[in-house]
Write a protein that binds this ligand. Structure first.
Ligand code: CA2
Length: 154
């Protein structure tokens, strides 16, 4: 029996503040890959999963909020590492809740093994799940989880 063609999926990947500095400082916490290398890994995994990915990095909360709003017309899901905004941003929480797109939260470091102020995430309550502590692999696992979730939904 011929296999059904897989449905076209598009995922927005959001990187928050300071993640553009990856690979240059604090490799013991965040690993040695640059953001460009993580993005390349995500592009490859997107091809394996037959999902197109669109990547945005910003150091500005409002730019991330605008990208989330725009995603509702263009993408089926969001993969987000909101960086430090994870722990502060009601605006990003509200934007994700408003667009109602399945969202997976990822972190390079295990935020629960670090300072107490990193233990609370404003994203977690509006995400379908969270992956934290596997370095760049957190992104790959997060993309797999999101695409599997979206394919099960459709
Ligand atoms: O572990 C993660 O992925 C974080 O989201 C990274 C954020 C941090 O504030 C969160 O608590 C956990 C920080 C990203 C900053 O990245 C840097 C990379 C190189 C040098 C300095 C900062």
């Amino acid at each position: 029996m011929p296999l059904e063609p897989l449905q076209f999926l598009s995922v927005l990947v959001l990187h928050g503040p300071n993640l553009n500095l990856l690979g240059q400082r604090e490799p013991e916490i965040y690993g040695s890959l640059t953001l460009a290398e993580i993005n390349h890994l995500l592009e490859e995994e997107g091809q394996n999963l037959q999902a197109e990915i669109h990547i945005v990095q910003s150091n500005h909360e409002g730019v991330l909020v605008d990208a989330i709003h725009a995603a509702s017309k263009k993408h089926q899901g969001i993969l987000i590492n909101a960086g430090a905004y994870t722990h502060t941003s009601v605006a990003i929480h509200d934007a994700i809740a408003a667009v109602n797109l399945p969202t997976v939260e990822v972190h390079l470091s295990n935020i629960y093994k670090r300072e107490a102020f990193r233990h609370h995430s404003y994203i977690a309550a509006v995400a379908i799940g969270q992956i934290s502590g596997f370095g760049a692999e957190s992104y790959r696992l997060g993309l797999q989880a999101l695409v599997h979730y979206l394919r099960k939904m459709s």
